[in-house]
Design a protein around this ligand. Structure first.
Ligand code: GAR
Length: 220
């Protein structure tokens, strides 16, 4: 079990799949000086490998099967109840493949982060790597953003931009983008945990400064 420290930021992570971003977050909390404590990992799929990663790290897990609910609102209401039992300061979406209701998003306004495998606002939704290749883009990447009611549309916090190589396939591109996801998500979560990052009326603020529309840009 991870120990609770006085100035820790409790985080609940939601996921549906492999959980490599969860793993990057877990690894980042093992540095000793991390203010982040992952209080629980919740999945809508019992077979998500991310749940196993959490169990291996001694983190509480819960499964809430969306198919057991009649409609999005009912599922989201039960999900809110489950999350709030852990009293998190921040909720992190790490490959949680569900569209969230407006009520859910409003409930966690300013404390709900998502990672998306494209340079938003480009390629909201699915198949982002394929779409970047088809468009002939020379650059691609990933974005962390605050979640608002607009799907994949909330204020950007940080983006990592990588070049697209001539020989890239959707798989090779996904692999290199994933490496960047694993760098920028723990970074953004830590900023939030340290009270350096917040959602203001005009957008995301880092250290009191309004971030550019693209968020903080990284070009590794
Ligand atoms: C990540 O690539 C993440 O950006 C994406 O799902 C993957 C989850 O991978 N999220 C979205 O597409 C959300 N719209 P992981 O389970 O290995 O962290």
């Amino acid at each position: 079990m991870q120990e609770r420290m006085s100035n820790t930021c409790d985080v609940v992570v939601l996921l549906s799949g492999s959980g490599s971003n969860l793993q990057a977050l877990i690894d980042s909390t093992r540095t000793g000086d991390s203010p982040v404590r992952i209080a629980a990992v919740i999945s809508n799929r019992a077979d998500a490998y991310g749940l196993q990663r959490a169990r291996d790290a001694g983190i509480d897990t819960r499964t809430l099967d969306h198919k057991a609910f009649e409609g999005r609102e009912a599922f989201d209401a039960a999900l809110i109840e489950l999350i709030d039992a852990f009293n998190p300061k921040l909720v992190v979406l790490a490959g949680f493949m569900r569209i969230l209701s407006a009520g859910f998003v409003r409930h966690y306004q300013g404390r709900l982060l998502n990672i998306h495998p494209s340079l938003l606002p480009k390629y909201k939704g699915l198949h982002t790597h394929q779409r970047a290749l088809e468009a002939g883009d020379t650059e691609h990447g990933c974005s962390v953003h605050f979640v608002t009611e607009e799907l994949d549309g909330g204020p950007l916090v940080v983006q990592s931009v990588i070049p697209v190589e001539l020989q890239d396939s959707p798989q090779s591109l996904a692999q290199r983008v994933h490496v960047q996801e694993h760098l920028i998500y723990p970074m953004a979560v830590r900023w939030f945990a340290e009270d350096r990052l917040l959602l203001g009326e005009q957008g995301a603020l880092l250290d009191g400064q309004l971030l550019a529309a693209s968020g903080h840009l990284i070009r590794p």
